[in-house]
Design a protein around this ligand. Structure first.
Ligand code: SF4
Length: 372
């Protein structure tokens, strides 16, 4: 049976890990630039999904769609795709492919069709699947997040419990790279329950890796309240990055409380100062345009941006109401013209980057896409 994988830039990491998972069951996902014969698989996020809807609806082959958007809106996607994989795909996709190859009837857990579907009956143990094989990708070290930030799909796709790949497995795959880049929703939470850092385990991980290690920076940013002298000391001692990236998300405590962020602006300010004191450059993610943001909240975020950019960088995004999140269906508040002018000036000075003028770009930068 021929199984194709529709090449989509934003889904490169999903391809690497699903290629590996499907290979274990004898299926090779062949890359294609348009729907191929027999079966074609897609992984879509909520920004690129409209671009592929027509192609999938008109495809003459069997279509299988997964990814963050399919997970958030499976019934909507099942109106134009034959099969929708909801959530993690490492087990579900090969199971579905085996069922299609046998020509057997009946629902597969974790798969939705026009006729309905069953919820997934498992969650993936990371050590049970290679992060990549011949199709190389980043090494995902942790999955799931106990925080429920109202704008974020991650815990709604992967669950609120954090799972980790073992140090031995990570070290094995890391040997295939000179520059070791890891994927995690919060790298400094490695080995922990996601809320209380276990820096002893972070240190064991870092000392077991060879090559140039990039930790606490793209694509494994951290949460600001996990930034401590001890944590930064580990990064300075064992890693090659001179930047540490974390999200503060807003300069307003009122907004942070409204999105259930679980930290304050003061936590973020402290993290910036600690980085600066250790000679590391802080790179701070912020979002403008939450639906309940006021002019005062926007001004507070702009003040924070001005302050951070004195010693570090800001990556600024505009709020996107993603399906499957508590803020789905809300309307972003437009960024004021005065703010836009200030942000433009900072961007020209090289102190600020991001997608506040083009929200779609944010998705093409995110490698930690959902495995189907
Ligand atoms: S933004 Fe980060 S901390 Fe918040 S829910 Fe998403 S992954 Fe977790």
């Amino acid at each position: 049976m021929r199984v194709n994988w529709r090449e989509i830039n934003a889904a490169r990491n999903s391809y690497a890990c699903l290629f590996a998972a499907c290979s274990l069951h004898g299926f090779t996902l062949r890359p294609v630039k348009s729907p191929g014969s027999e079966i074609t698989c897609y992984s879509l996020n909520s920004l690129n999904e409209p671009r592929f809807r027509k192609e999938i609806r008109e495809a003459s082959c069997t279509t299988v769609v997964g990814g963050p958007h399919a997970t958030a809106c499976p019934r909507e996607v099942a109106r134009y795709a034959d099969y929708v994989v909801v959530g993690e795909g490492e087990s579900t996709l090969p199971r579905l492919l085996a069922r299609l190859e046998e020509g057997a009837e009946g629902p597969v857990p974790g798969v939705v069709t026009r006729d309905g579907g069953l919820p997934a009956d498992h969650s993936v143990l990371l050590d049970g699947f290679p992060p990549f094989t011949v199709m190389k990708g980043y090494i995902e070290i942790s999955r799931g997040c106990p925080f429920g930030c109202a704008f974020c799909q991650t815990p709604r796709i992967f669950g609120f419990a954090m799972r980790h790949r073992s140090i031995d497995a990570i070290a094995t795959y890391a040997r295939r790279y000179r520059d070791v880049r890891l994927v995690s929703p919060n790298a400094l939470a490695y080995g922990s329950d996601g809320r209380r850092p276990r820096l002893d385990r972070v240190e064991r991980l870092l000392t077991s890796l060879e090559g140039n290690i990039y930790f606490g920076t793209f694509p494994n940013e951290v949460r600001p309240e996990f930034v401590s002298d001890e944590a930064l000391g580990l990064i300075a001692r064992y890693c090659s990055n001179t930047r540490v990236a974390f999200g503060i998300q807003s300069g307003s405590d009122r907004v942070l409380a409204g999105i259930g962020r679980g930290h304050t602006v003061a936590d973020g300010v402290r993290a910036v100062e600690l980085c600066r004191d250790q000679g590391l450059t802080p790179v701070v993610d912020l979002i403008l345009g939450f639906p309940f943001e006021t002019g005062e909240d926007e001004e507070a975020t702009l003040r924070l941006i001005r302050w951070v950019t004195r010693s570090g960088r800001v990556r600024l995004h505009s709020f996107i109401p993603l399906p499957g999140t508590p803020l789905a269906g809300t309307s972003p508040r437009p960024v004021s013209p005065a703010a836009d002018r200030l942000l433009g000036r900072l961007a020209l000075d090289g102190k600020l980057t991001g997608s506040w003028r083009d929200p779609g770009k944010r998705f093409s930068m995110v490698p930690a896409d959902t495995p189907l």
